[in-house]
Write a protein that binds this ligand. Structure first.
Ligand SMILES: [Zn+2]
Length: 66
């Protein structure tokens, strides 16, 4: 199960949680029970710069971005 990062829309509280895709829809802020939005961050993933024209989603080996 992947870890998702969330941020509360109401109070700005940020947290990470192991959840299934189905459960993800029902996550609430542990601080204020407000709605949260998902943040797309990962420690091991380096996303391609939007200006890079390479086809990969991982730019570890891409000379165009670095
Ligand atoms: Zn909150």
């Amino acid at each position: 199960m992947p870890t998702y990062d969330f941020k509360c829309i109401e109070c700005g509280f940020m947290f990470s949680k192991f959840v299934s895709i189905k459960e993800r829809e029902n996550i609430r802020c542990p601080e204020c029970k407000g709605k949260v939005k998902q943040r797309f961050t990962s420690l091991n993933f380096i996303g391609c710069d939007s200006s890079c024209s390479c086809s990969g989603s991982n730019c570890n080996n891409c000379s165009g971005c670095h």
